[in-house]
Design a protein around this ligand. Structure first.
Ligand code: LMR
Length: 425
């Protein structure tokens, strides 16, 4: 992986405003790396960083590119073409777990080389450089390149996947509508950047809260990307539900299947015990306790985030990262026959009569090609219907508050404090 010989006449192109260049594509890597090292102090032993100054002379994008010789993809016969995975909020604790899972092959598989494109802010860019150094030190063979920066228009370039994790948490005194607005602006900007520079078939997974509405905003600002390519994370809620069902039934969690979470990733979410199965039988035939399902299980799953914060002092990091990995794996591997996975997706054409124009969690399945369909045969009883309706209403209210960011006319914001994230008390 060391830089190979280069003629001494090799000249380094000047740092050009806003135009990233990659060492792997330059003809004289050794000398350029050394010159850059002198200039920016950012070259390390195996990875070299190219800093590109923007018009205000701030480092805007750093490109850490392994020198892979003539053929950047071929080091193992089984390996496929590298995929580009953009991650926002890359300095946060969710990413700190996720990035290492991605780089190790634990998400996309052991034959899938990966390029990580990490988005941060001016405040976090040093921390992201630190994370990149840790990734380097971990010697992951599949990790082919790391690109870091603060401009989504550069960092999302050619991305095949975009994992939008970064979002501002609600601060003291901030109204719910303010949170929607402040994060909405961020996701509108990121949607536009994806529209302009990402792979037009980029798969976008929104994690930053409020994730359903943020996903809707990103989707509406990226008309070039199919709406079906956007999803928001409710797999964490599904995993929490499976865990509670398994504990209650005294079984291992892998016998718990068909667990859908409906609606918003908020306290109105509906973890569906009606259709859930344990060892192939209805969960309600195994756990014969409707009161437990309604009064304990449902609120416990919906407020699990708050309980984690109470105990741990911070919001879920490792389990969120694990559930993002599960979410992606569910899209790149076929869903077992009869099972489903939960994710929030566009409601257009959904088989359950949920209002269109929302991003709503539903039971999905995939044939493993990155796409999905909504599973159509879940039974919706009166209890589920009422709960689903409440979550739908909440999402409609959230949408009304961001109407100016998604090109909707005439809506007005009437969000009330009963709209809570799982982590809010
Ligand atoms: C979680 O479910 O743990 C998080 O979404 C918590 C939150 O509300 O940010």
């Amino acid at each position: 992986m060391a830089f190979v010989g280069a003629p001494s006449s090799c000249k380094l192109p000047g740092l050009q405003g806003g135009t990233p260049f990659k060492l792997s594509s330059l003809p004289c890597p050794v000398l350029k790396a050394r010159q850059l090292e002198q200039r920016r102090g950012r070259c390390w032993s195996k990875i070299c960083a190219v800093a590109v100054a923007n018009e205000k002379s701030r480092p805007n994008l750093v490109n850490l590119t392994y020198d892979l010789g003539d053929d950047a993809t071929k080091t193992d016969d089984k390996w496929t073409k590298p995929i580009r995975v953009a991650v926002s909020g890359a300095a946060g604790q969710i990413s700190n777990h996720l990035l290492f899972m991605l780089a190790s092959g634990g998400v996309f598989g052991p034959n899938q080389p990966i390029v990580l494109q990490l988005l941060g802010s001016e405040r976090s860019i040093n921390a992201i450089e630190g994370v990149s150094m840790e990734l380097e030190d971990s010697l992951y063979p599949l990790l082919r390149e790391i690109k870091i920066g603060i401009d989504p228009g550069m960092v999302f370039e050619d991305a095949d996947w975009a994992l939008l994790i970064g979002a501002k948490p609600r601060s003291k005194g901030m109204e719910r509508a303010d949170l929607l607005e402040v994060n909405g602006q961020v996701f509108a900007q990121q949607g536009r950047a994806l529209n302009e520079v990402a792979n037009p078939d980029v798969k976008v997974v929104v994690v930053g809260n409020p994730c359903n509405t943020n996903a809707l905003i990103a989707m509406k600002n990226a008309p070039r990307v199919p709406p079906k390519n956007f999803s928001a994370l409710t797999r964490l809620d599904e995993n929490r539900a499976k865990c509670q069902l398994a504990f209650k039934a005294g079984v291992f969690f892998d016998t718990v299947t068909r667990v859908a979470v409906w609606g918003n990733h908020s306290t109105t979410q509906v973890p569906d015990w009606v259709n859930a199965q344990i060892a192939g039988s209805p969960a309600s035939d195994i756990i014969k306790d409707d009161a437990w399902f309604k009064e304990e299980f449902t609120p416990k799953v919906a407020t699990r985030g708050a309980r984690v914060i109470e105990k741990w002092g911070k919001s879920s990091g490792a389990s969120t990262a694990g559930s993002i990995a599960d979410h992606i794996r569910s899209l790149v591997r076929p869903t077992p026959e009869g099972d489903c996975f939960s994710m929030a997706v566009a409601t257009e054409g959904n088989p359950y009569g949920i209002a269109e124009g929302l991003v709503f969690s539903m039971p999905c399945r995939s044939n493993g090609d990155g796409n999905y369909e909504v599973v159509p045969d879940f039974v919706i009883d009166d209890w589920l219907r009422d709960k689903i309706k409440a979550s739908e209403q909440e999402l409609i209210r959230e949408r009304d508050c961001v109407s100016h960011l998604i090109g909707l006319e005439g809506a007005s914001c009437s969000i009330t404090e009963d709209t809570m994230l799982p982590g809010e008390n």
